[in-house]
Write a protein that binds this ligand. Sequence first.
Ligand SMILES: [Ca+2]
Ligand SMILES: [Ca+2]
Ligand SMILES: [Ca+2]
Ligand SMILES: [Ca+2]
Length: 466
Amino acid sequence: MNYRFLLIFAAALLWSCSGEAPAMFVADSGTDGDTDADTDADTDADTDSDTDSDTDSDTDSDTDSDTDSDTDSDTDSDTDSDTDTDTDTDTDTDTDTDTGTDTEHCYPAATLVCGSSVTGANDAAGSTDNIDLYNCVGWDETGPEYTYSFTPAADAHIVFELSNMTEDLDAFLIEENGAGCDGNECIEYAHYTGWADVTAGTTYYLAVDGFEGVVSAYDLDLTCLPACVGNGHDEDWDGLDDNCDNCPTYYNPYQENSDSDDIGDACEWSGHTGTLSTIQAFEPMTVSSTPGSVWDDVSGTWTLNTDDRTGDSSSGGSSYYIPETNLTQPFSVEVIFTYPNPSTTGANWAGLHFAQIDGGTGSPASWWTCQFEWDSRDLQFIAWHEYTGYSYPDTEATGDDSDRDHWRRVRVYYDGGSTLECTYDDQSGDTATAVVPTASITGISGPAGLRVYNEEADFRSFVIYY
Ligand SMILES: [Ca+2]
Ligand SMILES: [Ca+2]
Ligand SMILES: [Ca+2]
Ligand SMILES: [Ca+2]
């Protein structure tokens, strides 16, 4: 409304400078004998009847059609030392009900519920173009934003996902804190998939905005998973706390679980669904959850770090294992690791120690290991003492050290009888599988754990599935 005030001020100024010259600048010659010291206390009770007819349909151009009907009828006929003290009291009452021009607010045009799957465009009818920056991330969101409201009936872990875009749209979750859909109340953001824990009865807003001004169609899905109390650590960065994740080392934000057991589809034994059904032990290698009494080490150097355990075997083998004694049933054991330093030359294994061959005298005769050999990039089963040496090439290029810091997963599956598989997958998407001939499978039992040989590896997590 500052422009209107300036107009009024300018009009008053024009008026005072036209017509009769202001008396205070006229020198009284004194020849008319007029001694009129007129003090004109003009109390102009101006009542501006502003008719503010904002018809703002979410466009940034307010059309203020103010009809300012000031009728200033001062008739000052005094030509002498008139001191005009115009006390004009402008009582504008602006009844603007602005519904779309606030530069920090979005306005929901539709509603979402758990399970919603909608299509849209960020410039569709009902969109706004108000927010350029959300407080939760520094992205340039100068495009228009289309906003949904969502009020969960129960506490939940929600996952929201944007897809099928032709331009770079982003999603922002805003919690209602009494300020409406305020870009400064953003609690989560996502380029594609985002998640948050939400509270029953609280209203949230989900704004789909255009990065650097772009406009695009999109699909938006909202999934609600049961609320779960976590332990503050998310090993696989999929939004599900380790305590709540049905596959704590596989990115599976939707927790798909076709057979409704205790492990998700992502970490089932492919082709053997039903063999495994729960996580017997999960070790994320965080300091707090790795008490020394749980693990036993055999030779080498094992160092506990913030979120990994480094095993170093300068020569010969070194194992670090959970003294689990009941691995005769169907089970799977998995480890994820990286390589912190260049290997020594030749025979550099890192991976799993997953069973031991019963020596028949109450003590182990040998260990089963499933390991990745760095120099040849091979996945190898080794039954120690027998050195069965089932070797299957991986697709990693040999002689290239650039991917040493990539995560690598080695996992063993055993059905309790005649099937034993060793598998590998890594950050590059490479996979390998080795199957041990039935005739070689003897005496699988005993502990499982980590294994290095002429190698140094950072072990990030360890899992036993039953
Ligand atoms: Ca925007
Ligand atoms: Ca997780
Ligand atoms: Ca997971
Ligand atoms: Ca399952």
